[in-house]
Write a protein that binds this ligand. Structure first.
Ligand code: QAP
Ligand code: CO
Length: 171
């Protein structure tokens, strides 16, 4: 297993639209293992392949307290959604930023698992939020894009400043 580099907002590569996975093979399972290591090390509760610069439709989620319930979604599709909920979201690609976003309260997702087997899942609450947040990454969308332009630009400036400081410290 290997820890992967996470792209940080406003990296333009985060706006890449992911392509469907054609075959769930050992290369995909290796990427899943590396992404899981990366997500748990962060620690995070969700990670999309987009965030590790792999532009395929693959997301990982683990919203369990013990961080021992990895859920893998390949080529996920939301086939039903009801209600609305607000949740204060964060993102491993936007470290230190937490903002409230409104999303569907309950969703039904269809996807393939790590063996290429199709499954259907009903999700609500945090799990539903997390799946929607990660699926947005596959469309090239970062949660800060739901905020006002003013807020988003402030976050962008903060991220750029922070990146410059890290760069300076590494020099
Ligand atoms: C997406 O995000 C999510 O700023 C997953 O300094 C988050 O795992 C969906 C993290 C909340 C729904 C609700 C963020 C770690 C982790 C940070 C994450 C940070 C360190 C974010
Ligand atoms: Co994210």
């Amino acid at each position: 297993m290997a820890k992967l580099t996470i792209l940080n907002y406003p990296d333009p590569r985060l706006h890449t639209v992911a392509k469907p996975v054609k075959e769930v093979n050992d290369d995909i399972r290796k990427l899943i293992a590396d992404m899981a290591e990366t997500m748990y090390a962060a620690p995070g509760i969700g990670l999309a392949a987009t965030q590790v610069n792999q532009h395929i439709q693959l997301i990982l989620v683990d919203t369990s307290k013990e961080q021992n319930d990895l859920q893998v979604f390949i080529n996920p599709k939301i086939v039903a959604k009801t209600g609305l909920q607000e949740y204060e979201e964060g993102c491993l690609s936007v470290p230190g930023i937490y903002e409230t976003v409104t999303r569907s309260e309950r969703i039904t997702v269809e996807a393939l698992d790590s063996n290429g087997k199709k499954f259907k899942l009903n999700a609500e609450g945090l799990l539903a939020v997390c799946i929607q947040h990660e699926m947005d990454h596959l469309l090239g969308k970062v949660f800060v894009e739901y905020l006002s332009p003013l807020k988003r630009n402030r976050i962008k400036a903060k991220m750029v400043k922070h990146a410059r400081e890290i760069e300076r410290n590494n020099y």
